[in-house]
Write a protein that binds this ligand. Sequence first.
Ligand code: ADP
Ligand code: ZN
Length: 864
Amino acid sequence: MPGSNAPVRTPDLDAHRQTNEKPAPQFAEVALPLRVQHTFTYRLPAGVAEETRVGSRLLVPLGRKLVTGYVVALHDELDPSVELNETEIKDAEELLDGEPLLTPEVLEIARWIADYYAAPWGEVLKAALPAGLNATVEQVLTVTPEGRDELARLPQRSLTTAKGRALRLVAEEVEVTLRRVALEVGQGRAATVARQLESAGWVTLHHRQRTALARAKRRKAVRLLPPGGEGADGQPLTANGNATEENAAGANGAGRALTAAQQRVVESLIAAGGESFFAELLSSAGASASAVQSLERRKLVEVFVRDVRRDPLAGAALPASDALVLTEEQRDALAEIEAAIDGRDFKAFLLHGVTGSGKTEIYIRAMRAALAQGRSAMMLVPEIALTPVFSRRLRVHFGDAVAIFHSSLTTGERFDEWSRIRRGEARVVIGTRSAVFAPVRDLGVIVVDEEHESSYRQAESPYYNGRDTAVVRAHRERAVVVLGSATPSLESFHNARAGKYRYLELPTRIANRAMARAEIIDMRAVFARSGKPQPLSEELLTAVAETHARGEQSIVLLNRRGYSTFLVCRSCGERIQCENCDVTLTFHQRDRQLVCHYCDFRQRPPAQCPACKGVYIFYVGEGTEQLEEIIQKKFPTLRLARLDRDTTSRRRTYEQAVLRFGAGELDMLVGTQMIAKGHDFHNVTLVGVVSVDAGLAMPDFRAAERTFQLITQVAGRAGRGERPGRVLIQTYHPQHYALRHACAQDYRAFYDEEIRYRKNLSYPPFVSLAALLVHGPDATRVHETAVGLKEAFEEANADRSCRVLGPAPAPLARLRGEHRFQILLKSRSRARLRAVLDLGLAAATARGCDPHSVNVEIDPVNLM
Ligand code: ADP
Ligand code: ZN
């Protein structure tokens, strides 16, 4: 029986645990984050074996390195199918977690991803845990009491030696990594200095997995003890003028008077309300650690360790929670979802609601319904929908029960949020793609907002789709899943029609607000009129002027950052290209540099053509940077902000611009697609789309669908308040069906036309698709590998149940210095597709094909 002060464990974890009577397992089956499909077996030494659980992380030897693995099974004896004999099996080095980090649900969903997406299980498990938990080993130093005394004794001048500086550094924190010490005393000396401090008995040195940030944050802090040096109740003094005297008197009573530095420390503590972090205290008091330590010895202050929660929304102003009365449409949709949640069984919904129809309110109430049953709720959003406004709204609704994940969290914040879920303190999870792995228990509902977004697809191994994973997770955990969108993906709408998803529709905007009126501006006519290319038509400029004059706001979208799209030589036609990639470089005015948008290669714009030495180099095409300049020049009083990846690389810039725009402190947002989606600004009455032609021309079967979605979404930003909105779309292809239907805001018409095209050309959802990308630095080898793969697939495809296309150069034929070839597999039968894929890959690997040179994507979203 556990003692009375044993940590409380949730029942499911206990089920995981070995019962005491059973002997400890001998072997652990471990998934490693490597490009391999199989697991590894390690022997569990005594001491480790008793504590190891399925779902724990183990530090295990691999070659000469130690790596983090995930225990997926425990065995009492070797599985006969394991080809190793017992003497070849290595011992696990160290157990990293007392409690398993991976819950049974997360292990299972990761297993599903590994199977479905042909991804390595260990890579999936790694992706399922917050970044920073994946350990490598490092050394940390902790000061000993002797070290502390030594530091207090050290004469001032010794503090400038490497040893003195290192000791002081270590004494200031709970523990300090060797890397930190190296920053202080230099890379070459750190290890020696650390050993010297250790052999003098001043510090202890130990190995620890390197998770420096991803732990509960603990910092050394100092608090005042009550006068008299008793410190019985630990209550800090409150700040008041007399306290200083009292303290000083107490100190006097204890014997000696305080030194000036000690006095300053006490005063700083009082000013800080009786308590302060160690490092901050030293700097505010202008004192050394030894002053604090003397006070500590005299029992005037206490040094302690405090856990700090890093709250991503700390200090955020919260909007008032408004209790809305649902519209009839909203009520009907919600009623169905709530009934399903009550039914405690799997059900999938497609909530198709036009922009501004009030989907968010339904999401929130569905999540509340799950909470009311004592269950958990999860919401996935594309990165961009996690606006500060939205996050705050959720905080108002769910308080501390909500944990929020997005890409600009620090590793530490992410870990803290994750831990709150793991401990069951947070039962609502909101986040991007990887939040689908949150270790929530008893899941009631998963909402996937903007389910059509391609950002649900992870763009690196393991290639999984967060939306589809959410559906599968809901299914396994008998939960309800709600996929919401104004422009559902073709696949989801198709599923709804086939009856796989229950279809719910919100066809009108809240308060019967009109959808924005959209018009196409034919840029061929604009060109004919003026005789030269114009980035902005008079129609759009006039509309901007009128909107501004009425005191209303506008949004101008151009999906291309930078100043000029590319540089071209007028003499020979050469375009200035990236050294590493098969793309042109974009000119950025602010840094006066040419930048590759794929690999970030940078160079100064050349004065001469690199091919013909001609000097007539022209800058072609506009990016957002130039657009901002043009508009600002035309409308000097317009307050505008540009939002693209160049301006929002710093964490708060995006948030601030969005908040200021929402508060009416800005008249216009200019930017890339990050301004197109999710926001709810009530005073926006004009949306301009400067060009959609590049998007339409993408060599991808989803180009039309993406363009339709983008335009519908950005048009949806207009007219969300009292006044109607207007949308102007500039294009050289006014007849394109994606544009026509987007202008009419007619999803059905677009779907009908697009689905016919998919059927005729055998694209998803009518076939299953796998894309293989072969890449490497050597063009010939890459091509040979691709040809070899193709042959292996053809052999595996004897019954012709698949079509094997390629190899062909990928649309981005060279990227980051690597050549790229693509092979596509298509089949009406998903099972056959997988069989051919697995057989072919195994055969190719057996013939020496390196798995690291082939990316395998099932259900690919981007074919670039
Ligand atoms: P969507 O996500 O469908 O684009 P939102 O959920 O952002 O739409 O809702 C659009 C606006 O309508 C928001 O400002 C929201 O607060 C408001 N809203 C939603 N439901 C109601 C309601 N029942 N009554 C009044 N306003 C509502
Ligand atoms: Zn490049």
